[in-house]
Design a protein around this ligand. Structure first.
Ligand code: PHE
Length: 344
């Protein structure tokens, strides 16, 4: 019966698929072409008994419309896919923009400092951030009751029965000890690294920051060598016009100890807000390595002497780039970071 065939075909057309225009054209010819299915069914329609003509006619129309809808939908899909491919293959289209990153200001300053000391024959040394009491304090001549060991400053990781507690290093001076333990002089190292102190975070302080340590040990090293080395360093980093001044200070691991100021990078020494009208800015601590430190690290203080210095990278970058709030280094705000694009 014609109706049965139509029913079957109505199911069949739901499953039709075509991925190219050629395949779709074949389908069109098969169903709607001159010698196609529809014409054949219309021919058969003439033989349908009169009382069934209405039902069969409606079904035929349904099938014809159904086929047309299927063909239209498939056509749309094929065209959409072709459009996508065309877009993908369009070699004349401008490329996606690649936004270049920038180098972090602390990285820039660290690299500059390392480069300057490399010219003086210093090589880079490293040590662990998780340290023990010996390398951070005891070997550096800190008396057992020294306040820097206090819980206020140091993040402790593990308390040991023998007293050699595990902690986060509070300064890079621990790398001095580690280096001297396994190297005999001459030693010329520069040690950049992260340090940790239990401090409230503010515009001027952070609990994580960066230091660069320097150490020079050899026969006959004097305070004059220290001064000349630091003067060279400062002139290279801040410009030839920069002056230095050393003020007596105290560190357990150096004797004598000093703090070094540079002439203000903003006003050149005349006095301004940045240098609090003194004309000077403090930038590092330094001194002659205490003989006790040499002894503790396995170096004979009767034969060798040396100097050490340590500086904060954040502070130097603040001076170099006029950064007012140290927290900006760690916030990853691209408006801040973008200013350093192409700086190196
Ligand atoms: N370690 C000292 C500090 O963190 C700096 C320093 C290093 C001073 C080497 C003297 C010699 O403040």
């Amino acid at each position: 019966m014609l109706q049965d065939i139509i029913k079957e075909k109505l199911e069949e057309i739901k499953k039709l698929s075509a991925s190219t225009k050629e395949e779709l054209e074949k389908i069109r010819i098969e169903y709607l072409g001159k010698k196609g299915l529809m014409n054949e069914l219309f021919a058969q329609f003439k033989g349908v008994p009169n009382e069934q003509k209405k039902e069969a006619g409606q079904m035929l129309n349904e099938l014809k419309n159904g086929i047309q809808t299927v063909i239209d939908t498939l056509k749309e899909k094929i065209e959409q896919k072709q459009e996508e491919l065309r877009e993908k293959d369009d070699l004349t289209k401008p490329a996606d923009t690649l936004s270049l990153g920038s180098i972090h200001p602390l990285t820039i300053v660290r690299k500059e400092i390392i480069d300057i000391f490399a010219r003086l024959g210093y090589t880079v040394a490293e040590g662990p951030e998780i340290e023990d009491d010996w390398h951070v304090f005891s070997a550096l001549n800190f008396p057992p009751e020294h306040p820097a060991r206090d819980m206020q400053d140091t993040f402790f990781v593990e308390n040991r029965e023998d007293g050699n507690n595990i902690l986060l290093r509070t300064h890079t001076s621990s790398v001095q000890v580690r280096t001297m333990e396994h190297t005999q002089p001459p030693i010329r190292i520069i040690a950049p690294g992260r340090v940790f102190r239990n401090e409230a975070i503010s515009a001027r302080a952070h609990c994580i920051f960066h230091q660069i340590e320097g150490l020079y040990i050899d026969k006959g090293v004097s305070f004059a060598d220290l001064k000349q080395t630091l003067l060279y360093f400062v002139k290279e980093l801040f410009g030839n016009q920069t002056k230095i001044r050393l003020r007596p200070s105290y560190f357990p691991f150096t004797e004598p100890s000093a703090e070094m100021d540079i002439s203000c990078t903003i006003c050149g020494g005349k006095g301004c807000n940045i240098c609090k009208h003194t004309g000077w800015l403090e930038i590092l601590g330094c001194g002659m390595v205490d003989p006790n430190v040499l002894k503790a690290s396995g170096i004979d203080p009767e034969i060798y002497s040396g100097f050490a210095f340590g500086m904060g990278v954040e502070r130097i970058a603040m001076l170099k780039y006029d950064v007012k709030d140290l927290r900006q280094y760690f916030e990853n705000d691209v408006r801040f970071l973008n200013q350093f694009a192409g700086a190196i």
